[in-house]
Design a binder for this molecule. Structure first.
Ligand code: B16
Ligand code: MG
Length: 217
Protein backbone atom coordinates (compact mmCIF):
# COMPACT_ATOMS: atom_id res chain seq x y z
CA UNK A 1 0.00 0.00 0.00
CA UNK A 2 1.33 3.43 -0.95
CA UNK A 3 1.92 5.62 2.11
CA UNK A 4 1.52 9.40 2.30
CA UNK A 5 3.05 11.79 4.79
CA UNK A 6 1.24 14.95 5.94
CA UNK A 7 2.97 17.71 7.88
CA UNK A 8 1.36 20.47 9.90
CA UNK A 9 3.26 23.77 9.56
CA UNK A 10 3.33 25.87 12.73
CA UNK A 11 5.04 23.94 15.53
CA UNK A 12 6.11 21.09 13.26
CA UNK A 13 8.14 22.62 10.40
CA UNK A 14 8.68 26.14 11.79
CA UNK A 15 7.91 27.93 15.05
CA UNK A 16 5.60 30.67 13.81
CA UNK A 17 3.61 30.54 17.09
CA UNK A 18 5.95 33.21 18.49
CA UNK A 19 5.03 35.60 15.66
CA UNK A 20 1.31 34.83 15.96
CA UNK A 21 1.70 35.59 19.67
CA UNK A 22 3.32 39.00 19.08
CA UNK A 23 0.61 39.99 16.60
CA UNK A 24 -2.28 38.86 18.87
CA UNK A 25 -0.64 40.55 21.88
CA UNK A 26 -0.37 43.82 19.96
CA UNK A 27 -4.06 43.68 19.12
CA UNK A 28 -5.03 42.79 22.71
CA UNK A 29 -2.95 45.68 24.05
CA UNK A 30 -4.54 48.07 21.54
CA UNK A 31 -7.94 46.88 22.77
CA UNK A 32 -6.82 47.52 26.35
CA UNK A 33 -6.06 44.11 27.84
CA UNK A 34 -3.18 41.69 28.36
CA UNK A 35 -2.54 38.47 26.46
CA UNK A 36 -0.02 36.01 27.90
CA UNK A 37 2.18 33.32 26.37
CA UNK A 38 0.21 30.73 28.35
CA UNK A 39 -3.03 31.94 26.78
CA UNK A 40 -1.34 31.75 23.36
CA UNK A 41 -1.14 27.95 23.83
CA UNK A 42 -4.91 27.88 23.20
CA UNK A 43 -4.30 29.31 19.73
CA UNK A 44 -2.09 26.53 18.39
CA UNK A 45 -3.60 24.84 15.35
CA UNK A 46 -6.73 26.99 15.69
CA UNK A 47 -8.06 29.06 12.76
CA UNK A 48 -7.53 32.83 12.69
CA UNK A 49 -11.26 33.50 13.14
CA UNK A 50 -11.53 31.17 16.13
CA UNK A 51 -8.38 32.74 17.65
CA UNK A 52 -10.00 36.19 17.54
CA UNK A 53 -13.17 34.82 19.14
CA UNK A 54 -11.06 33.35 21.98
CA UNK A 55 -9.05 36.58 22.31
CA UNK A 56 -12.22 38.63 22.67
CA UNK A 57 -13.51 36.19 25.30
CA UNK A 58 -10.25 36.62 27.22
CA UNK A 59 -10.57 40.42 27.09
CA UNK A 60 -14.34 40.24 27.71
CA UNK A 61 -14.85 42.37 24.60
CA UNK A 62 -17.80 42.44 22.26
CA UNK A 63 -17.28 43.22 18.58
CA UNK A 64 -19.52 44.31 15.75
CA UNK A 65 -19.09 42.35 12.50
CA UNK A 66 -17.16 45.32 11.08
CA UNK A 67 -14.80 45.54 14.07
CA UNK A 68 -14.27 41.77 13.99
CA UNK A 69 -13.26 41.88 10.32
CA UNK A 70 -11.03 44.93 10.83
CA UNK A 71 -9.20 43.27 13.74
CA UNK A 72 -8.70 40.03 11.76
CA UNK A 73 -7.10 42.08 8.97
CA UNK A 74 -4.90 44.19 11.25
CA UNK A 75 -3.67 41.11 13.16
CA UNK A 76 -2.73 39.44 9.91
CA UNK A 77 -0.97 42.57 8.60
CA UNK A 78 1.15 42.65 11.75
CA UNK A 79 1.83 38.90 11.49
CA UNK A 80 2.95 39.33 7.87
CA UNK A 81 5.46 41.99 9.01
CA UNK A 82 6.84 39.59 11.64
CA UNK A 83 7.30 36.73 9.16
CA UNK A 84 8.62 38.91 6.34
CA UNK A 85 12.26 38.11 7.03
CA UNK A 86 11.92 34.41 7.85
CA UNK A 87 14.55 32.22 6.22
CA UNK A 88 15.86 28.64 6.35
CA UNK A 89 17.45 29.25 9.76
CA UNK A 90 13.92 29.04 11.22
CA UNK A 91 13.28 25.46 10.08
CA UNK A 92 12.96 23.24 13.15
CA UNK A 93 15.85 20.79 13.70
CA UNK A 94 16.03 17.67 11.50
CA UNK A 95 12.88 18.48 9.52
CA UNK A 96 14.89 18.65 6.24
CA UNK A 97 16.49 15.26 7.01
CA UNK A 98 13.07 13.58 7.12
CA UNK A 99 11.72 15.45 4.08
CA UNK A 100 14.85 14.54 2.12
CA UNK A 101 14.52 10.84 2.99
CA UNK A 102 10.85 10.78 1.95
CA UNK A 103 11.64 12.60 -1.31
CA UNK A 104 14.52 10.23 -2.16
CA UNK A 105 12.12 7.32 -1.70
CA UNK A 106 9.34 8.89 -3.81
CA UNK A 107 6.92 9.05 -0.89
CA UNK A 108 4.11 11.59 -1.45
CA UNK A 109 4.31 14.58 0.90
CA UNK A 110 1.55 17.07 1.78
CA UNK A 111 1.17 20.09 4.00
CA UNK A 112 -1.97 20.11 6.16
CA UNK A 113 -2.13 23.44 7.97
CA UNK A 114 -4.80 25.78 9.35
CA UNK A 115 -2.78 28.79 8.20
CA UNK A 116 -3.75 30.93 5.24
CA UNK A 117 -0.10 32.02 5.03
CA UNK A 118 1.37 28.53 4.65
CA UNK A 119 2.64 28.73 1.06
CA UNK A 120 4.63 32.01 1.44
CA UNK A 121 6.19 30.66 4.66
CA UNK A 122 7.33 27.45 2.94
CA UNK A 123 8.76 29.58 0.12
CA UNK A 124 10.64 31.84 2.54
CA UNK A 125 12.27 28.92 4.35
CA UNK A 126 13.06 27.15 1.06
CA UNK A 127 11.00 23.97 1.60
CA UNK A 128 8.18 24.46 -0.89
CA UNK A 129 9.65 22.10 -3.50
CA UNK A 130 9.41 19.09 -1.15
CA UNK A 131 5.61 19.24 -1.08
CA UNK A 132 3.49 17.46 -3.68
CA UNK A 133 0.41 19.30 -2.45
CA UNK A 134 -0.51 22.02 -0.01
CA UNK A 135 -3.81 22.06 1.85
CA UNK A 136 -4.20 25.03 4.15
CA UNK A 137 -6.70 27.47 5.61
CA UNK A 138 -7.55 28.70 2.12
CA UNK A 139 -8.81 25.29 0.98
CA UNK A 140 -11.00 24.11 3.83
CA UNK A 141 -14.27 25.21 5.37
CA UNK A 142 -14.02 23.24 8.60
CA UNK A 143 -11.12 23.85 10.99
CA UNK A 144 -9.24 21.16 12.98
CA UNK A 145 -10.33 19.06 14.95
CA UNK A 146 -12.42 18.39 11.84
CA UNK A 147 -10.49 16.03 9.53
CA UNK A 148 -11.27 17.95 6.32
CA UNK A 149 -7.75 19.35 5.91
CA UNK A 150 -6.08 15.92 6.18
CA UNK A 151 -8.71 14.04 4.14
CA UNK A 152 -8.29 16.57 1.33
CA UNK A 153 -4.50 16.23 1.56
CA UNK A 154 -4.79 12.41 1.25
CA UNK A 155 -7.10 12.77 -1.73
CA UNK A 156 -4.77 15.19 -3.47
CA UNK A 157 -1.83 12.84 -2.85
CA UNK A 158 -3.84 9.94 -4.27
CA UNK A 159 -3.31 7.92 -1.08
CA UNK A 160 -5.96 6.12 1.05
CA UNK A 161 -6.60 8.11 4.19
CA UNK A 162 -5.75 5.14 6.44
CA UNK A 163 -2.35 4.92 4.74
CA UNK A 164 -1.42 8.45 5.79
CA UNK A 165 0.91 9.54 8.55
CA UNK A 166 0.33 12.96 10.16
CA UNK A 167 2.85 15.04 12.13
CA UNK A 168 1.05 17.46 14.48
CA UNK A 169 1.89 19.71 17.43
CA UNK A 170 -1.69 20.66 18.38
CA UNK A 171 -4.31 18.65 20.26
CA UNK A 172 -6.94 19.64 17.68
CA UNK A 173 -4.64 18.40 14.90
CA UNK A 174 -4.02 15.04 16.58
CA UNK A 175 -7.79 14.64 17.02
CA UNK A 176 -8.32 15.47 13.34
CA UNK A 177 -5.74 12.85 12.26
CA UNK A 178 -7.20 10.18 14.57
CA UNK A 179 -10.74 10.88 13.37
CA UNK A 180 -9.52 10.32 9.80
CA UNK A 181 -7.98 6.94 10.81
CA UNK A 182 -4.51 8.22 10.02
CA UNK A 183 -1.37 7.45 12.01
CA UNK A 184 -0.94 10.44 14.33
CA UNK A 185 2.52 11.50 15.45
CA UNK A 186 2.57 14.12 18.19
CA UNK A 187 5.48 16.57 18.08
CA UNK A 188 5.92 18.32 21.42
CA UNK A 189 4.77 17.59 24.96
CA UNK A 190 3.56 13.99 25.21
CA UNK A 191 1.36 14.82 28.19
CA UNK A 192 -0.50 17.39 26.11
CA UNK A 193 -0.57 15.21 22.98
CA UNK A 194 -1.49 12.01 24.81
CA UNK A 195 -4.04 11.01 22.14
CA UNK A 196 -1.31 10.67 19.49
CA UNK A 197 -0.26 7.16 18.43
CA UNK A 198 3.42 8.07 18.69
CA UNK A 199 5.08 10.94 20.56
CA UNK A 200 8.35 12.76 20.04
CA UNK A 201 9.62 16.01 21.54
CA UNK A 202 10.93 17.03 18.10
CA UNK A 203 12.31 15.57 14.87
CA UNK A 204 15.79 15.01 16.32
CA UNK A 205 14.19 12.09 18.21
CA UNK A 206 12.84 10.49 15.03
CA UNK A 207 15.15 8.00 13.35
CA UNK A 208 15.18 7.08 9.68
CA UNK A 209 14.50 3.47 10.76
CA UNK A 210 11.25 4.63 12.38
CA UNK A 211 10.21 6.39 9.15
CA UNK A 212 11.19 3.30 7.13
CA UNK A 213 8.96 1.17 9.38
CA UNK A 214 6.03 3.54 8.83
CA UNK A 215 6.52 3.31 5.08
CA UNK A 216 6.83 -0.48 5.00
CA UNK A 217 4.20 -1.56 7.53
P1 B16 B 1 -3.14 32.25 9.78
P2 B16 B 1 -0.85 25.22 11.81
C1 B16 B 1 -2.01 27.50 12.61
O1 B16 B 1 -1.00 26.82 11.90
C2 B16 B 1 -1.44 28.13 13.86
O2 B16 B 1 -0.97 27.13 14.76
C3 B16 B 1 -2.52 28.94 14.53
O3 B16 B 1 -2.02 29.56 15.69
C4 B16 B 1 -3.04 29.99 13.55
O4 B16 B 1 -4.07 30.76 14.12
C5 B16 B 1 -3.55 29.27 12.29
O5 B16 B 1 -2.50 28.51 11.72
C6 B16 B 1 -4.06 30.25 11.24
O6 B16 B 1 -2.99 30.98 10.75
O7 B16 B 1 -3.60 33.40 10.59
O8 B16 B 1 -1.75 32.41 9.21
O9 B16 B 1 -4.13 31.87 8.71
O10 B16 B 1 -0.33 24.78 13.13
O11 B16 B 1 -2.21 24.61 11.46
O12 B16 B 1 0.15 25.06 10.71
MG1 MG C 1 0.63 23.37 14.40
Amino acid sequence: MKKGFIFDLDGVIVDTAKYHYLAWKKLANELGFEFTKEQNELFKGVSRKRCLEILLDIGKREATKKEFDTWMISKNEDYLKYIENMDESEILPDVPKILEYLKENNIPIALGSASKNAQPILEKVGLLSYFDTIVDGNNVTKAKPDSEVFLLAAKQLGVNSNDCVVFEDAVAGVEAANAANMISIGIGDENVLSEAQFNFADFTEISIDFIKDLIEN
